[in-house]
Design a binder for this molecule. Structure first.
Ligand code: AMP
Length: 189
């Protein structure tokens, strides 16, 4: 799971990691954008929230994720979650959806507020106006930041510095992920 402010580079890095590990990249934001582009009514309804910088209601988001995970192949081959969960309620729902498939690692991709604002203004997505960006950042502090503690308490959290080139950040992510899977050294057994 990748946690971090919008504009921290989660989407870019999740796509790279999905490629490296050969697993699914699940971005709820992308699912909503794609279904809005395809003029699917649920996607168009989600877009109204997105364009205002609001969170799409938990029930809607959870239903989308649940549908994807109804296919056991998605879960069993592994996956990267990008942009989900964003609220504590979604995190609890995710536990329910995953059942005995525990998460391996939660990465907190850290980039200062000033930098993410600049990055978002530069990427120029429909929902990237300054006012909407501010609203999303406020909601991140209120709704999503508590997840950092939630996963830290479970011993799943690693924090990675998201500043630098895509390659630099990817290398840090791979090292952080590796560190979670290192076998116990022989003399520490
Ligand atoms: P993202 O592509 O992750 O930046 O998401 C774009 C927008 O989609 C967000 O600003 C929200 O409006 C909506 N969205 C994506 N994922 C979620 C989520 N897990 N919970 C609520 N809203 C979401």
């Amino acid at each position: 799971m990748l946690l971090g402010r919008q504009g921290a580079g989660k989407g870019t890095q999740a796509a790279r990691l999905a490629e490296v590990f050969g697993i699914q990249h699940l971005s709820t934001g992308k699912i909503f954008r794609d279904s809005a582009d395809a003029r699917v009514p649920a996607g168009l309804a989600a877009k109204e929230y997105m364009d205002r910088g609001e969170l799409v209601p938990d029930d809607v988001v959870v239903a989308v994720v649940e549908e994807r995970f109804a296919n056991p192949v998605e879960v069993e081959h592994g996956f990267i979650l990008d942009g989900f969960p964003r609220t504590l309620r979604q995190a609890h729902e995710l536990d329910r959806i995953l059942g005995h498939h525990a998460l391996d690692v939660v990465v907190n991709l850290e980039v200062p507020v000033e930098v993410v604002v600049e990055r978002m203004l530069a990427r120029g997505r429909d929902d990237d106006t300054e006012e909407v960006i501010r609203r999303r950042l406020d909601l991140y502090e209120e709704e999503t930041l508590p997840l950092i503690d939630f996963y830290r308490r479970r011993g799943l959290l690693v924090t990675v510095d998201g500043l630098g080139t895509e390659e630099e950040v990817e290398a840090r992510l791979l090292a952080a992920i590796d560190s979670r899977f290192d076998p116990v050294p022989v003399d520490a057994r």
